[in-house]
Design a protein around this ligand. Sequence first.
Ligand code: MN
Length: 306
Amino acid sequence: MHVTPIDATLGAVVTDINLADLSDDAWQALYQTFLQYGVLVFPGQHLDDAAQAAFARRFGTTEKLSPYQKGANIKISNKKPDGNVAQPEDYQYQILKGNEGWHTDSTYMPLASKVAMLSAQVLPPEGGETEFADMRAAWEVLDKATQAKLEGLSAYHSLYYSQAKAGFTHQTDNLYGLHDKGAPLRPLIKTHPETGRKSIYTGRHAYGIPGMSEADSEALLSELLEQACQPPRLYKHTWQVGDTVVWDNRCVLHRACPYDAQHPRVLRGTRIAGDPATELAPTFADPRAAGFTPSSDNHSSISTTG
Ligand code: MN
């Protein structure tokens, strides 16, 4: 295994390794490298479904993102079942468009994700990269006073919220993110359960810091995100068919980059569930989900933002 660090605070390219045939010793070394760099790029692996699922299970339990999902993997694709590409009025298009905002996966679920991976299968002629931002380094450059102010703060996470901000309103369908389980309340500063390093744990799904007005919370969260997602903490991966990229959702943000949606883009994704001891959060009423009834003790500082 050959590891070439990327010229940023995160990320490394790993070659001379076959992810479809990994010994336990090689896995142990690879996992330590993963914890160190946060994002690993494996060019030209051309994994099939079974090999990607098996590699993903090395990291833990795979998440089931849809009742229609067969096996560990999902297709992240703008192609509809009829073969045409999704249009702006399509739910599929709107969810993909939302993914162009910085986020970490499944934070709007009671149990957030630990790790995720993508493999490229069909690519548009240009654009459609995946960009990553190092939230450990973003925390470390903050001055002590700012760190002290942020520690102890929490934010709610909701896919209804992030999609609304991106211009899309969705009904509660309980298929995955558009659920009625409530909005998880997560600490804004997360201590990584394995490395012990702190990071800023935020993204487009985060809103409504308890104890702050809606406007102050929104201003703080957007300024924090803007400042955090800057060089040298960024790596943008330009895909080649056959590449696999894996990242640590506990300390890295990511987003899809825009592309001409008239061209198909198909990635195979696998999401690994967080550890309930460290990625499970209490949930509170989400005002945008169906079934919400305003109540004086719903703990949400923000209840009617439409
Ligand atoms: Mn994602």
